[in-house]
Design a protein around this ligand. Structure first.
Ligand SMILES: Nc1ccn([C@@H]2O[C@H](COP(=O)(O)OP(=O)(O)OP(=O)(O)O)[C@@H](O)[C@H]2O)c(=O)n1
Ligand SMILES: O=P(O)(O)OC[C@@H](O)[C@@H](O)[C@@H](O)CO
Length: 416
């Protein structure tokens, strides 16, 4: 079941196609992609996301992949991370029948693309197998093409970047299988039958198997087709299936700390903190002034640059907000301060709000707008002006529906 708008004007795609890549990863990605441009067929890549679990360890009624993080379901962040990668052609998500409508709603609301939904199984391996069957082209009416390489990634691991996806995909093409690994945090021990320590494993010579993993499609599909019911029921490791049933030794790829799987409630809080930190990396100050005119917004910019040295602070004229907004969106700015000195009304801030709504910037992440107003108490009676500015409360209610958080700041002192 293919979903997602045909190619609708979804939220601005975050950044250029090689975003998130560094140094030799960028070169590898360019090489990988250039196969297509050189007329050679670049390896076709698809992804399977198992998302059919119940999230028992999370301890809440909602399956964790659908739990909200900043009022958006966790799985939407994972889909967005995979959608950033232009060389992943299809994303197959396995969800339970009872959650199919919820998942379709998420795809539509957040305008996810390249998404196909399949029925999950009663275990993670069965869910993954169902996703692979959908790609195997032996499904009636399926528009999905059998890929050369398939990436398998848990739907509850939202912080996956293009570099590790590229590494596992390239390694899988060469070795048949590949998987991300991380150093162990706790030592692994083996208990005896009477509940005592039997022995412990040397932590430095072992690793934790994480996601993403990638496989030559034929390898992992064959492994699942040969898989015993026991393995389908109780197994947790796809790399092991490739080894056991296809004698394919996976290449292990060091992953970043952010690859962790959301399992317990604390993981949701951690995910929210990470996302908040990522969308707070830039502040844009917009001023109701002509270019290079002295404006209090410039003082604010300098102060913020001193106080918030990890945050990028930019400034510009409110009147250009609409035109420059596309660039701001590409830079992933979600925080705006509108400094109104020349005009004491709300018109300029309203123009920015309209531009933000048209840009769909706030579909994926909340956008914060602080509207600052200066008022000379000698010129305007406080009561009359406050009444006018209270409009902001009505605007705030209205734009909140579009995930824009608006608040006002009135500075009431003589202009001189
Ligand atoms: N029958 C299942 C079980 C799990 N998963 C998916 O596999 C991923 C990793 O599994 P896990 O963290 O164990 O998820 P749950 O099984 O939901 O968690 P719990 O074990 O706490 O119930 C998750 O995205 C989960 O939705 C799946 O697609 N089908
Ligand atoms: O075992 P769970 O169902 O909690 O989650 C699956 C994880 O085991 C799996 O994603 C990694 O260990 C890599 O195989």
């Amino acid at each position: 079941m293919e979903l997602g708008p045909p190619g609708g004007a979804g939220p601005a795609e975050p950044g250029p196609r090689l975003r998130g890549l560094r140094g030799d990863d960028r070169a590898a990605s360019a090489a990988w992609l250039s196969e297509a441009s050189a007329g050679r067929r670049a390896p076709s890549v698809a992804a399977v996301l198992p998302a059919g679990g119940s999230g028992e360890r999370m301890g809440v009624p909602t399956p964790k992949q659908f739990c909200p993080v900043l009022e958006r379901p966790l799985i939407s962040y994972t889909l967005q991370a995979l959608e950033r990668v232009c060389w992943i052609k299809d994303i197959v998500v396995a969800v339970t029948g009872e959650n199919m409508e919820v998942m379709k709603g998420i795809v539509q609301r957040y305008q996810h693309k390249r998404i196909s939904l399949v029925e999950a199984g009663v275990t993670r391996h069965r869910s993954i197998f169902n996703g692979l069957k959908a790609l195997a082209e032996d499904q009636p009416n399926s528009k999905l093409c059998r890929p050369e390489v398939v990436i398998i990634h848990d739907a509850v691991r939202p912080f996956v970047e293009e570099d590790v996806l590229l590494k596992v995909a390239i390694a899988a093409k060469e070795h048949g299988a590949a998987g991300a690994i991380r150093p162990l945090v706790s030592t692994v021990i083996s208990p005896s039958a009477d509940g005592c320590l039997d022995h412990s494993l040397e932590r430095t010579s072992h690793r934790a198997s994480e996601m993403p993993q990638a496989f030559l499609f034929d390898v992992i599909y064959e492994a699942y087709q040969q898989c015993s019911d026991y393995d389908l029921e109780f197994g947790t490791e796809c790399l092991q299936l490739a080894l056991k049933y296809c004698h394919t030794k996976a290449k292990l790829v060091e992953g970043s700390p952010d690859l962790w799987k959301v399992t317990y409630k604390r993981d949701l809080y951690a995910a929210e903190s990470i996302i908040k930190e990522r969308i707070s990396q830039q502040i844009c100050i917009l001023m109701d002034a002509k270019e290079d005119e002295e404006h209090v917004g410039r003082c604010l910019e300098e102060m913020l640059k001193k106080e918030l040295n990890h945050v990028k602070v930019t400034s510009g004229a409110l009147c250009h907000a609409g035109r420059d907004l596309q660039q701001i969106i590409l830079e992933q700015c979600y925080n705006f301060v509108c400094v109104n000195v020349m005009t004491s009304d709300f018109e300029e801030t309203r123009k920015l709000l309209n531009a933000l709504e048209e840009s769909n910037l706030s579909i994926l992440y909340p956008v914060v707008v602080i509207s600052v107003h200066f008022l000379d108490y000698k010129l305007v009676p406080f009561g009359q002006k406050m009444e006018h500015l209270m409009q902001i409360k009505e605007f705030a209610k209205e734009v909140k529906k579009r995930n824009i958080l608006l608040c006002g700041l009135l500075i009431y002192y003589p202009q001189e």
